[in-house]
Write a protein that binds this ligand. Structure first.
Ligand SMILES: [Zn+2]
Length: 500
């Protein structure tokens, strides 16, 4: 059995879940579900990033202990993922004991490898925030929260010898052993190596809310350095080594493009130092605008994924978000057109075809599956080939396009064959047509399953295939799984039409 380990970034617990987080997580869920369908043993990891001074500040502002604050906000992410039907195997919280144990082990490994050293860190420090802040965060040279100029502060920190590992990482990227996708991101990362990067500090003395460096408890692990380690601690590094050895290295780390540098350079360098294998693929998807505008609080166009689920249902939200533009590229989410697209693609598309075919089976054959016919056997084999090719290279938007085409192909078949006329003229041909249509919707259910799992299960139920998972993938993509004389049910509307 093959294994497949997929991750999303862990989301910053100070944020509220928005559709940017949802987009990455739904995409990861589609890939995880597809690999489970194929029979792979899948581990799908997501979670929340909960340490650092900013989290401590927010907790204080909310009159809560940092842990209380994290518990509440992390629960919001978990609740939204539940509503979106996300099938993660673990939701890793960086305040968990499991994570802490793994981080300590990993930092000890880095120490043993000789890849870390002590040095002075100098930075801008706001005494109001009690933390280092970056030049970028300042407004007219002042801390935006405290309206005062930061001090230049020096402290002792541990540094990681990044520079030592860059040549090796460049080699691994060039040879394809470490794949950075899409291709333009790979060039971007190689460009960064060429420019040269400095060693980075992995600890802070002035921060309190975090994991102590195991060999010096006056130091706290720098929050993003600690966060990256979730990818190993989330599968048991330092806690459940058997599970860790089974799933590491990750088959794909999925993320938005703004954090690619950390994932494609800093993280692999630390793994090399610790003597661990590198992830196979690092995939950075693009940013999106909403109806042509950048998503921002001031514009008021930040979309709450829960509100979308309330309006469209989780399956449709998953479909609508992923079908907007090529996966990996930047694009525009046409949220203003969601109702139109829902009606055309889902209500008039898959929903209409399913209920039409099932009611014809009922009307002409009392819901009994007719004799098998193999008219589309080769056709569907070809379509599955395309489908798998697209999934293999993470082209989720192409998968959706393939499904759409197959749906219209089946619609066209109904129009050409005119079952309502065949019912009067040619019962034998009618039986063939209905069998082909029933098998077609079974194939469609299987194709949409990774994207719209609830609707797929519903269609399988109507087809009297509730136990479809007892077949393996190879059997399922074959033509002719529906057995003659079996009963099928009439369908209720899978996607009730929405009024604008
Ligand atoms: Zn401040």
């Amino acid at each position: 059995m093959k294994k497949f380990y997929i991750t999303t970034p862990i989301y910053y617990v100070n944020d509220k879940p928005h559709i940017g987080h949802a987009y990455t997580t739904i995409a990861a869920d589609v890939l995880a579900r597809y690999h489970r369908l194929k029979g792979d043993e899948v581990f799908f990891l997501t979670g929340t990033d909960e340490h650092g001074s900013k989290v401590a500040e927010s907790a204080q502002a909310a009159n809560k202990s940092p842990q209380e604050f994290c518990d509440e906000n992390s629960a919001k992410f978990q609740m939204v993922w539940d509503r979106l039907n996300i099938s993660h195997n673990n939701f890793l919280r960086t305040t968990s004991l499991q994570h802490k144990q793994g981080v300590e082990k990993f930092l000890n490994k880095l120490k043993e490898s000789g890849s870390i050293y002590e040095s002075d860190y100098q930075g801008l420090y706001c005494t109001g925030c009690e933390r280092f802040i970056t030049e970028k965060e300042l407004l007219d040279g002042l801390c935006p929260d405290h309206k005062k100029a930061p001090e230049v502060l020096k402290e002792k920190n541990y540094f990681f010898k990044l520079k030592d590992y860059l040549p090796q990482i460049a080699k691994l990227i060039n040879s394809g052993e470490l794949m950075i996708l899409p291709e333009n991101k790979k060039n971007e990362v190689l460009g960064l190596i060429k420019q040269g990067l400095d060693d980075f500090s992995i600890s802070r003395e002035s921060v309190k809310w975090g994991i102590k460096i195991p060999f010096n408890d006056s130091q706290i692990t720098y929050v993003w350095v600690e966060a990256l380690q979730n990818y190993i601690t989330g599968i048991g590094y330092g806690a459940d080594e058997e599970n860790f050895n089974k799933f590491w290295p990750a088959d794909i780390h999925l993320m938005a493009k703004d954090i690619i540098k950390f994932h494609a350079l800093y993280w692999p360098a630390m793994l090399l130092a610790a003597g661990l294998p590198l992830p196979k693929v690092i995939f950075a998807h693009g940013f999106f605008t909403i109806d042509g505008e950048k998503m921002s609080k001031t514009l008021g166009n930040v979309i709450d994924p829960e509100a979308l689920v309330d309006e469209f249902g989780s399956d449709a939200v998953r479909y609508l978000l992923l079908s907007q533009f090529p996966f990996g590229a930047d694009g525009d989410v046409k949220a203003g057109n969601f109702v139109i697209q829902y009606n055309s693609d889902l209500a008039n598309g898959l929903g209409n075809l399913t209920s039409r075919v099932l009611s014809m089976a009922e009307k002409y054959f009392d819901g009994v599956v007719p004799e098998k016919d193999f008219e589309f056997s080769d056709e569907t084999a070809g379509i599955w080939h395309q489908y798998e090719d697209a999934m293999k290279i993470f082209k989720i938007d192409e998968v959706i396009e393939i499904i759409r085409k197959f749906n219209s192909f089946a619609d066209g078949y109904v129009e050409r064959q005119k079952p309502w006329q065949l019912a009067k003229e040619d019962k034998e041909q009618l039986a063939k047509v209905i069998y082909n249509l029933l098998e077609s919707i079974r194939h469609l259910a299987l194709m949409v399953y990774p994207i719209m799992p609830d609707v797929a299960e519903q269609i399988f139920k109507y087809l009297n295939q509730a136990d479809w998972k007892s077949h393996n993938f190879k059997e399922l993509i074959d033509w002719g799984v529906l057995e003659p004389a079996a009963k099928v049910e009439k369908a209720k509307a899978l996607f009730p039409r929405l009024e604008k």
